[in-house]
Design a protein around this ligand. Sequence first.
Ligand code: IPE
Ligand code: IPE
Ligand code: MG
Length: 225
Amino acid sequence: MNKLNHLAIIMDGNGRWAKSKGLIRTNGHKVGANVVEDITSYCCQKGIANLTLYAFSTENWKRPKSEVDFLMNLLEKFLIEKRENFVKNGIKFHTIGDLEPFNNSLKNEISNLKNLTANCDKLNLILAINYGARDEITRAVNNALQSGENISEKSISSHLDTSEFGDVDLLIRTGGEQRLSNFLLWQASYAELYFTPTLWPEFTSKELDEIISSYQKTHRKFGGL
Ligand code: IPE
Ligand code: IPE
Ligand code: MG
C-alpha cells in the first residue's frame, strides 16, 4: 500500500457552484472555505503529515477587484476563526507563495496563526496563496545563487517554499478541469493525479477517502518496474 505523506488539492469550482445555485460567485468561496475545515480534520484523523491547498494563484489577481478583495477578506476571517480549532487539533499552519503583495492586516494574521500553531505537530496545513510554481522556482534559483550554491536539483529543492514537506504524492483537482494551473510543478513531478468533476463546495471527506483508497492501490514505478 502506498504511503501518503503529502496530499495537495486544487480547490476549484466555487464560482460555478454558486452560479448553478443562482448565487453570485463569492457565495461559492464562502461555502468553499467551510469545506476546508472538513477536509483538514479528515486528514488529521488519517494521520496525513502534509496537506497543501491551492487558495489563490499568482494569476488570480487578474480577477475583478471586487472578487479579489472578497477573497482577501475571507482569508483573513478564516485565519482568525480557525485559531482555536487549529491549536486544539494540532494543526500547524504554513503558507507557500510570495506574501509580499498582501496588506499588512492580512500579513499580521498570517504570522499570528503561524506563531500560535508553531508547536503543533499532527498535520502541516500549507496554504498556497499568491502562489505560482514558476514564481517559486525562480525565487528558489535566485536564492540558491545568492547563497553561492551550485545549481542542482538538490539545491533548487532545498530553496523551494515547500522544502520541509517533500514531494507531492497525490494531487487532486476538483471542478472538472484537467490542468495544473501553475501549481507545484516541481514537487508534483511524480505525483499521482486525480481529477474529479465535483465542484469544491460539494467535495466531501467521503469522496476524498475513496480517492485515497484508490491511490493506495496504484503501482507507483518512478521510472522503474
Ligand atoms: C477556485 O474556484 C477558487 C479560487 C481560484 C480562488 P473558482 O473561483 O476558480 O471557481 P470556478 O472555477 O470559476 O468555478
Ligand atoms: C486554480 O484555479 C487556482 C486555485 C484553485 C487557487 P483557477 O480557477 O484560477 O485556474 P484556471 O484559471 O481555471 O486555470
Ligand atoms: Mg476556477
